[in-house]
Design a protein around this ligand. Structure first.
Ligand SMILES: [Zn+2]
Length: 317
C-alpha cells in the first residue's frame, strides 16, 4: 500500500511538472466543448460551418491553443471542400502524422499538438499540389493591421524621453526634431505648479513653468548625450534672463532630468563648456510633469514654412 501511494505521489508530481512547462495548459482548460471535440479528441467540424472558411482578409492564422502562427492568408485557397484550405504552411509550425487508418495524414500544431485536420497531396488543386484541410475551430485569425499595431506599440515602449527648455519652444522643437533618431519633439510646459497651463497662463501669470520641449527618441539610434550636446549648440546657454529676444522667466535655459545618469551627463557637458570659458546659466532640474502645449504651438515653423528667428546652430563641443 505504501509503495502504491509513493508511486501515485510521484506520478502526480510528474503531472504537475508537465503542466508547468506547458504555458498553454490553461488555454486547453478554457476550450469550449466543440473546440475540445476537435482540438483534443481529433474530431471534425461540420463542413461549411467554420468561421474562417470564406475569410479573405490578409493576415495570419494562429493556433487556438498556443497562438503560434500556422498559416498565412496568402496560402489560403478555395477548394470547395467546406473547410479552410491552405497549400502551404508556415515553416516548422505543422506536425505531419500518419492517421490510425494508415491512409490519411493528420496535421497538428508542432508546438502544442492541437489537432488541426488533414493534409492531402497530389490532388492538383494548386501549383503546390497540397491541400491542408483545417478545421476553423482550431484556428484564430490575426489581421495584418493588428500585427502592425502591436509592432508600433512595442516600438513606442522602447522610446525614451528627454526634456529641454531653451527659450521659445518653437525653435528648440524645430532643431531637435531634425536629429536622426528623434521620433517626435513636442512643445509644452514644465517645472511650474499650475496644472494644465495654457500658453497665456505661462506668459501672464507666475506659473513657474518654462517653455519646454519633450524629445521622444530611440536610444538605439541617438544617445541622451548627443541630444544634450545638440541642445547646448542650438541655444545660448550663457544668457541669464531668457533666450535671444524672448525675455522672461518662462524662457530660461534648463534641462529637466529623470535619472542620476542624465544628471551626470549634463554636469559633464557643463564642465566641458565651462572649461572652454563659458559661464553656463543652464539649470539642472529634477523632471516633473510635462504639459503638452496647444496644437497651434506644435510644429510651428514647419507649418509656417519659415526658420526660427530665436535659435541657430553653433558648434560648442
Ligand atoms: Zn498550438
Amino acid at each position: 500500500m505504501r509503495k502504491l501511494l509513493l508511486v501515485l505521489s510521484l506520478l502526480s508530481i510528474q503531472f504537475v511538472n508537465a503542466q508547468e512547462v506547458k504555458p498553454w495548459a490553461a488555454a486547453l482548460k478554457d476550450l469550449t466543448k466543440q473546440e475540445h471535440d476537435v482540438i483534443v479528441n481529433k474530431g471534425t467540424e461540420r463542413p461549411y460551418t467554420g468561421k474562417h472558411l470564406n475569410n479573405k482578409e490578409k493576415g495570419v492564422y494562429t493556433c487556438k491553443v498556443c497562438n503560434t502562427p500556422l498559416y498565412k492568408s496568402d496560402d489560403k485557397f478555395n477548394s470547395n471542400c467546406g473547410w479552410p484550405s491552405f497549400d502551404d504552411e508556415i515553416k516548422g509550425a505543422i506536425k505531419h502524422k500518419k492517421d490510425a487508418d494508415g491512409r490519411r495524414t493528420e496535421i497538428l500544431c508542432a508546438k502544442c499538438d492541437a489537432h488541426l485536420g488533414h493534409v492531402f497531396k497530389g490532388e492538383g488543386m494548386t501549383a503546390k499540389n497540397t491541400r491542408h484541410c483545417v478545421n476553423s475551430i482550431s484556428l484564430n485569425f490575426e489581421k495584418n493591421e493588428t500585427k502592425e499595431k502591436v509592432k508600433e506599440v512595442a516600438k513606442k515602449d522602447k522610446l525614451s524621453r528627454a526634456y529641454f527648455a531653451g527659450g521659445c519652444f518653437w525653435g528648440v522643437e524645430y532643431h531637435l526634431e531634425a536629429i536622426k533618431g528623434v521620433e517626435d519633439a513636442i512643445s509644452g510646459y514644465m517645472g511650474g505648479s499650475t496644472k494644465n497651463p495654457s500658453y497665456y497662463d505661462v506668459i501672464r501669470k507666475n506659473t513657474g513653468h518654462l517653455e519646454t520641449v519633450e524629445v521622444v527618441y530611440d536610444p538605439k539610434v541617438v544617445s541622451y548625450e548627443t541630444l544634450a550636446k545638440a541642445f547646448f549648440e542650438i541655444h545660448d546657454p550663457t544668457q541669464t534672463n531668457g533666450q535671444g529676444p524672448d525675455i522672461g522667466s518662462q524662457y530660461l535655459s534648463a534641462i529637466f532630468v529623470k535619472s542620476p545618469e542624465e544628471k551626470k551627463t549634463i554636469q559633464k557637458l557643463i564642465t566641458i563648456l565651462e572649461d572652454k570659458g563659458l559661464k553656463v546659466a543652464t539649470k539642472i532640474i529634477d523632471g516633473d510633469v510635462f504639459y503638452k502645449a496647444e496644437d497651434n504651438h506644435q510644429d510651428y515653423y514647419e507649418n509656417k514654412g519659415s526658420k526660427p528667428y530665436c535659435h541657430a546652430y553653433r558648434k560648442r563641443f
